[in-house]
Design a protein around this ligand. Sequence first.
Ligand code: SF4
Length: 339
Amino acid sequence: MDAISYERAADIAGAVRAAQQPGTMFIGGGTNLLDLMKGGVMRPMKLVDITRIQGLDVVSTLPDGGLRIGALVRNSDAANHALVRERYPLLTQALVAGASAQLRNMATVGGNLMQRTRCPYFYDTAFTACNKREPGSGCAAINGHNRMHAILGASTQCIAVNPSDMSVALAALDANVRVSGPEGERVIPFGEFHRLPGERADLDTTLRPGELITSVDLPPPLFSDHAHYLKVRDRASYAFALVSVAAALQMDGNTVRSARIALGGVAHKPWRATSAEQMIAGRPLDSATLRNAANAALSEAKPLHDNAFKVRLAQNAIVRAVNQAAIGTSGTGGAGGFA
Ligand code: SF4
């Protein structure tokens, strides 16, 4: 067993100060990190507990009409918050599609952003090479079982996918991630928060050493009436996406005024299908246009030996999710919600 030091931070500045030593990690809900530590996949030298920091567990409105969701807001609380359900139903749908009710009650929004891939080789410390776990060791998935792996944006170093449903919705909504670090505060546009593997499979995000996520900020709501999150998976619950689609539209009758489409389960980060968005924006939504857009979204796909099915699956999922979004948002109302 490794020795680990532990410090409980009273405020953001204290947390940042406490995290300057290399090998330090922040811990909130711990739903992914503790599993990884128990399995020896991650071996932090120090944990900084951020759960007692005041103000990070709050949802608040922003002056521009947007919404700030504190990093310590539980996934279930974010999903069921009245303003999230009313203004950002896409986010509610994505959150309740993730994990189990028990995990959503414990996991935080900041932790959800930081969760690691579920590539099985990443978790197998005994036998397999994994550049994400041990840089330079190789990638067992490339010639192994890779049915769940990436079809877009992968590298020769890593073909893993990001497992977060929430992040797919946040990518479509153009959220921002606020962080505090040794050099002060900064805001990271959501599309730049997660990264593709390139030559550094071990890095999932663009966070700098010692930076703490403090909130996710949503821009003013544009898509509350026409949003749909579709998750295709092997089981109806508690399974990661084979493919998911976050679709958000602004409609004028049958014409798409603007569109946002993000894919999950296909890449190392949530994947914005900007070419598809542009192909349907400003036009009546007909089946030929939508099918062409869905095909364009996957035009650069490079499937592996076990996952060629994901290309067609993603194309069909885009068609279905966008059609459902055009009909109108459903699924966030009703007593009791999803969680
Ligand atoms: Fe590791 Fe990435 Fe290869 Fe999986 S795909 S074994 S996480 S390097």
